[in-house]
Write a protein that binds this ligand. Structure first.
Ligand SMILES: Cc1cc2nc3c(=O)[nH]c(=O)nc-3n(C[C@H](O)[C@H](O)[C@H](O)COP(=O)(O)OP(=O)(O)OC[C@H]3O[C@@H](n4cnc5c(N)ncnc54)[C@H](O)[C@@H]3O)c2cc1C
Length: 427
């Protein structure tokens, strides 16, 4: 086994999980001179996560850009993710200001396209050893610090020692389990089902989201002319829904305002979903360990944020620890810097999401901001920045924005809105 330095580390960093977070971190660390082992328990280089509706939020764009993946995504037909959102006050339709910059975007791209793309990008990056079929089965610890992993590999069991072990192994992170880092769970009172369609036209060819309080639905155009349609109802509806899954799914979609014409489209995947998907949050570091992506925070699928956060957390980690991971700095301090950046970026969003996951209707702040966004273009742009996770809750709900939303709504009093639509009631 190659020893890289007198401390007998095999690698500077070993990453468990070669999906979105792990592959991105491997590239970004290796480009900064870090020697990386990227371990993936699955042996198929084209493996991808099936349980995902693959909307990469605009917050992911700077990371995709740094990774150098934007041309490949465009070439693969990934769809820039403009969106319109249905609310009881009408549609929120963010548009660039006249003569203003274009709205930030990233991409809708199927995981069957994206996962192999980002993983092969990592494999081709000098400094990254992608080791497929390598299942992390334990961590090595010395003096209370994690110093490597135990792995079950095609050639047998082995140990890999590294200065830093990164858990990029998803919401049920085995690294976290072995290193004894628990997760805090928040109940999710909605369930979700989705399927992919061809020949499903959507107005302006853009993503549609329906806020039905408390239910939710999406239709999102992706690469290769494929549209994913998702329904995310209150769990109270689950027993009825399950009695005839296919019929319930189709009926739910048909009943949406400006419903996508699914009956004339071709369904190309089965209806897939999850009926219990709690949110998880975990301390993003422990001695000798960092967590990125879902292993650190598993958001509510309803918001389509997990891949964006996986990419962002990979970038934050690489920026914070690259120097120390090669022995040029204090690794513990670097990990603290990463943990701070992670908390600053995501904690507020996760807090709001955990509350909304109670399947409650909008609270007074949400009613104020969403109604104003449906009525006013600049409020719609403000909402777009928040939904894109480019600004956090504090900036979204800053006093100026709240005052402006109130003024928009006062001006709007007495102006006829769109016809009132019945909301899904959960019955
Ligand atoms: C229904 C649903 C819809 C969603 N829709 C969206 C969406 O529209 N947009 C969005 O951004 N996010 C969405 N998400 C969330 C998104 O799928 C995740 O946030 C994202 O995949 C997290 O990426 P990750 O790299 O952290 O983890 P994962 O993609 O879960 O990858 C973990 C990797 O680790 C590997 N691994 C696990 N254990 C080991 C081990 N012991 N040894 C070695 N390897 C291991 C796995 O094989 C896997 O490759 C959705 C989630 C759900 C459930």
């Amino acid at each position: 086994m190659t020893r890289l330095d007198s401390d007998a580390y095999d690698y500077d960093v070993v990453i468990s999980g070669a999906s979105v977070a792990g592959s991105a971190a491997a590239v970004l660390l290796a480009r900064r001179g870090v020697r990386v082992a990227l371990l993936e328990r699955r042996s198929d280089p084209s493996a991808y996560k099936v349980l995902c509706t693959h909307y990469l939020q605009p917050c992911a764009y700077p990371v995709l850009d740094e990774l150098g993946l934007v041309p490949a995504l465009e070439k693969a037909g990934a769809v820039r993710n403009e969106a319109r959102w249905y609310t009881r006050w009408g549609w929120i339709e963010p548009k660039a200001a006249p003569a203003g910059p274009e709205l930030p975007y990233a991409y809708n791209v199927r995981r069957s396209t994206f996962d192999p793309m980002i993983r092969s990008h990592a494999a081709q990056t000098p400094g990254v050893d992608l080791l497929l079929g390598h299942n992390v089965t334990g961590v090595l610890q010395e003096g209370g610090r994690t110093v490597g992993v135990r792995v079950s590999a095609p050639e047998g069991e082995r140990e890999i020692r590294a200065r830093l072990v990164v858990g990029a192994d998803g919401k049920d992170s085995s690294v976290a389990k072995f290193a004894g880092v628990p997760a805090r769970q928040h109940a999710n009172e909605r369930f979700s089902y989705f399927a992919h369609f061809r020949d499903l036209p959507l107005r302006d060819g853009i993503t549609h989201s329906w806020f039905l309080e408390p239910d939710m639905a999406y239709a999102m155009p992706n690469d290769d002319g494929v549209t994913v349609v998702a329904v995310i109802p209150d769990k109270k509806r689950l027993p009825d829904f399950r009695e005839d899954l296919e019929g319930s799914f189709l009926e739910f979609v048909r009943s949406l305002p400006e419903a996508p014409p699914i009956d004339s489209a071709e369904r190309i995947t089965k209806i897939t979903g999850t009926v219990n998907y709690p949110l998880h949050s975990r301390k993003p570091t422990a001695p000798g360990v960092a967590f990125i992506g879902d292993a650190a925070i598993t958001g509510d699928p309803l918001w389509g944020v997990g891949c964006g956060w996986a990419l962002q957390s990979a970038q934050w980690l690489a920026e914070a620890v690259a120097a120390a991971a090669t022995g040029r700095g204090d690794l513990d301090k670097s990990l603290m810097a990463y943990a701070r950046r992670h908390r600053r970026g995501l904690r507020g969003h996760q807090h709001l999401a955990a509350d909304y996951a109670k399947a409650r209707p909008f609270n007074p702040f949400e009613r104020l901001m969403f109604s104003a966004a449906a009525r006013d273009e600049s409020m719609a742009r403000h909402m777009h920045l928040f939904a894109s996770r480019l600004i956090g809750p504090l900036r979204f709900l800053n006093p100026v924005a709240l005052a402006k939303a109130s003024a928009v709504n006062v001006r709007h009093r007495g102006v006829a809105g769109p016809p009132a639509r019945p909301l899904h009631t959960g019955s």
